[in-house]
Design a protein around this ligand. Structure first.
Ligand code: ADP
Ligand code: MG
Length: 263
C-alpha cells in the first residue's frame, strides 16, 4: 500500500505537457489544498483545459509530475484517480447518446466491480443528485435533445454522484443562464463547505469566481502567472497582465470581494 498524503489534494511539479513535441504547459508548479475552492482563470488558449486534462491523467506530461494525495498519478491505478477526482468536461461531443438517468448513473463506475451491474444504492445516489440539481423532468430524455446548459447540469450531476473528494469543472457555467450559474456556484459552495469537497473550476466569469472561490489561479501562455486570494488578485494591474485589458474593480458589498466593473 502506498502512503496517502492528505496535505495536498493535487500537486503539479514543474509540469510540461502538450499534444505534440511543443509543450503547451511550460513548467507549472501548483498545489491545491484539500477542501479549497479554487478558480482557474486566464485568456483563451492559456492552457486551462490542457492543465485539467493532465491533472486527470488524460495527457501524459513530457516532464514533471502530478501527485494526488501525495501519490504520483503516473504510478497510480486508474481506479485510484477515479475515486479521488471527478471531471466535468466543457463539452462532450464524442459521447454516445444516452438518457439522462443512465448518464448520471455512469458516475458510479469507480465503484463497480468487473461486469457488475449497478446496485440499488447506486441508483438511489443518482436519484438524489438528480433531485438536488432539479433534473427530475429530464430523467428519461436523451442527451442529444438537451440544450447546452441542461447537458452541463447532467455532467455536473454525473460528477457529483461519483462522490469524490475533488471535482474539476471546465467552463461549466459558460452555457448556463444567470439563474443556473448562481445555482451551480451555490451548490458547489454548499458541497464544499458541508463535505469539504475540493473544487477547481475554470471560469470566464471573473466576478463569480472572485465571490465564490477562496483562491484564484491565473494561467497565461502555459505558465502560472499568479496564485492567491481574490482580494489580492482581483486588482487592475494583475488583471491587466493576465488579460491585457484595463479592468477597474470595486468591492462588492454582498461578498466583500473585489469585482470588476465593466467599462
Ligand atoms: P484554454 O482552455 O485555456 O482556452 P487549451 O488548453 O484548450 O486553452 O489550449 C491551449 C493550447 O493548446 C491552444 O494553443 C490550443 O490550440 C492547443 N490545443 C488544445 N487542444 C489541442 C489538441 N487536441 N491538439 C493540439 N493542440 C491543442
Ligand atoms: Mg478550455
Amino acid at each position: 500500500m502506498h502512503e496517502v498524503n492528505t496535505d495536498t489534494m493535487i500537486e503539479a511539479r514543474n509540469l510540461y505537457c502538450g499534444y505534440t513535441e511543443e509543450p503547451i504547459l511550460k513548467g507549472i508548479s501548483l498545489q491545491v489544498a484539500p477542501g479549497s475552492f479554487c478558480a482557474l482563470l486566464g485568456p483563451n488558449g492559456a492552457g486551462k483545459s490542457t492543465l485539467l486534462y493532465s491533472l486527470m491523467g488524460y495527457l501524459k506530461p513530457s516532464a514533471g509530475s502530478i501527485h494526488v494525495f501525495g501519490k504520483d498519478i503516473a504510478k497510480a491505478k486508474g481506479s485510484f484517480l477515479a475515486r479521488q477526482i471527478a471531471f466535468v468536461p466543457q463539452e462532450s461531443t464524442r459521447e454516445f447518446d444516452h438518457q439522462v438517468f443512465e448518464t448520471v448513473l455512469m458516475g458510479r463506475y469507480p465503484y463497480l466491480g468487473l461486469m457488475q451491474a449497478h446496485s440499488a444504492e447506486d441508483k438511489q445516489a443518482a436519484e438524489e443528485v438528480i433531485t438536488m440539481l432539479n433534473l427530475q423532468s429530464l430523467k428519461q430524455r436523451w442527451l442529444s435533445e438537451l440544450s447546452g446548459g441542461e447537458k452541463q447540469r447532467v455532467y455536473i450531476a454525473r460528477a457529483l454522484v461519483q462522490n469524490t473528494p475533488c471535482i474539476l469543472l471546465d467552463e461549466s457555467l459558460s452555457q448556463l443562464d444567470i439563474n443556473h450559474q448562481l445555482e451551480i456556484m451555490s451548490l458547489l459552495r454548499n458541497i464544499h463547505s458541508s463535505h469539504g469537497k475540493t473544487v477547481l473550476i475554470v471560469s470566464h466569469n471573473l466576478n463569480l469566481a472572485a465571490n465564490y472561490a477562496d483562491c484564484l489561479i491565473y494561467l497565461k501562455d502555459g505558465k502560472l502567472l499568479a496564485e492567491g486570494k481574490p482580494e489580492n488578485l482581483m486588482q487592475t494591474e494583475v488583471l491587466h497582465s493576465l488579460f491585457g485589458v484595463r479592468l477597474d474593480t470595486v468591492i462588492n458589498p454582498n461578498s466583500g470581494r473585489p469585482n470588476i466593473i465593466y467599462p
